[in-house]
Design a binder for this molecule. Structure first.
Ligand code: NDP
Ligand code: MG
Ligand code: MG
Length: 340
């Protein structure tokens, strides 16, 4: 089995002597900044004036403009939206990097697809938590953590891996497990996971189930509970005990249905299409299309987003969640719900 590292395997002194700039204070940014700070590291956040700036000030972290934060720091973690990173890197980060600094990412996209080309005299590493930023923060506060991958693209100082591991420990990943990867593996598996399974796969599965029931004349509210709401309850069981742990808790009737009908819905045909999705990621086709979509100001992204928000499952879901205060409470508590 691949070696999984935990807190006791990691020395973090190397990072205690350095200043860390977190560029961006969104989903990942706020979690990294606050977790690192509470782990005893010296953190500055780099931002423009606006919503995130105000939130960071309110949270009590040191906030500077992006160029000033980079100038002060030894380690620069780029937690801006992927599609904006190349321009901000070129104009505000690169001119302020010094030899021996480290440039870090939470996703390998821009390095792997050559949208950011760092100078040779800096370390380049990634620490990619395998979970949404809000959970990186929430689990840390609960004394737990989200697992993370780390990888080194460029080792100018000879210390890149040591610094990356100390960083991963600082965000709390050492409580859950840290695995070594490459920028290529992280980028391709992350894109595949979110497209085929975690985001694209699951939303399409839920919608197809909901539509099948409502088109057959069943009540939308019943279809919503069955196909969307209950997903969380099942996923919690999967998270805790794997497939068998989930199957232990469901009825034998449900388990028999799982065995005989699951493979009728997701089967070799589905896998063949998953392989197509993976091929588009590996060849760079997905990356190219997404970069062009952004250059054109996102016409398809916006159109699809509008259409998706008008789907019946969203309308009925909004009404039902209003009536479930405990569900609303969760997102209220978080304040800033992730919207993408
Ligand atoms: P978000 O969209 O949540 O946050 C982006 C942040 O960047 C905001 O604080 C925003 O501030 C700031 N920002 C945007 N434009 C500028 C600018 N021109 N100058 C200064 N600051 C700016 O990003 P994510 O946390 O989702 O993603 C960050 C990275 O983490 C990406 O590489 C992503 O792939 C990776 N990642 C994300 C995960 C997630 O959970 N979302 C999971 C694992 C990895 P403002 O309020 O001013 O707009
Ligand atoms: Mg991911
Ligand atoms: Mg991703």
């Amino acid at each position: 089995m691949t070696k999984v590292l935990y807190n006791h395997n990691i020395q973090d002194e190397v990072l205690k002597a350095k200043k860390i700039a977190i560029i961006g204070y969104g989903s990942q940014g706020h979690a990294h900044a606050l977790n690192l700070k509470e782990s005893g590291f010296d953190v500055v956040v780099g931002l423009r004036k606006g919503k995130s700036w105000d939130k960071a000030v309110e949270d009590g972290v040191q906030v500077e403009t992006v160029p000033d934060a980079v100038k002060q720091a030894d380690v620069v973690m780029v937690l801006l939206p992927d599609e904006r990173q190349p321009k901000i890197y070129e104009e505000q980060i690169k001119p302020n990097l010094e030899a021996g600094n480290a440039l870090a990412f939470a996703h390998g996209f821009n390095i792997h697809f050559s949208q950011v080309e760092p100078p040779e005299d800096v370390d380049v590493f990634l620490v990619a938590p395998k979970g949404p930023g809000h959970l990186v923060r929430r689990t840390f506060e609960d004394g737990a953590g989200v697992p993370a991958l780390y990888g080194v693209y460029q080792d100018a100082t000879g210390q890149a891996a040591e610094v990356a591991l100390a960083y991963a420990k600082g965000v709390g990943a050492g409580r859950a497990g840290i695995l070594e990867t490459s920028f290529q593996e992280e980028t391709e598996t992350d894109l595949f996971g979110e497209q085929a399974v975690l985001c694209g796969g699951i939303t399409s599965l839920i919608k197809a189930g909901f539509e099948t029931l409502t088109e057959a004349g069943y009540q939308p509210e019943v279809a919503y509970f069955e196909c969307l709401h209950e997903t969380k309850l099942i996923v919690d069981l999967l998270y805790e005990g794997g497939l068998a742990g989930m199957r232990y808790s469901i009825s034998d009737t449900a388990q028999w249905g799982d065995f005989v009908s699951g493979p009728r819905v997701v089967n070799e045909d589905t896998k063949a299409r998953m392989k197509d999705v993976l091929t588009d990621i590996q060849t760079g086709k997905f990356a190219k299309d997404w970069i062009l979509e952004n250059q054109a100001n996102r016409p398809q992204f916006k159109a699809i987003n509008t259409k998706e928000n008008q789907h019946q499952i969203e309308k009925v879901g909004r009404e039902l969640r209003e009536l479930m205060p405990f569900v609303k409470q969760q997102s209220k508590k978080k304040k800033d719900v992730v919207t993408h």
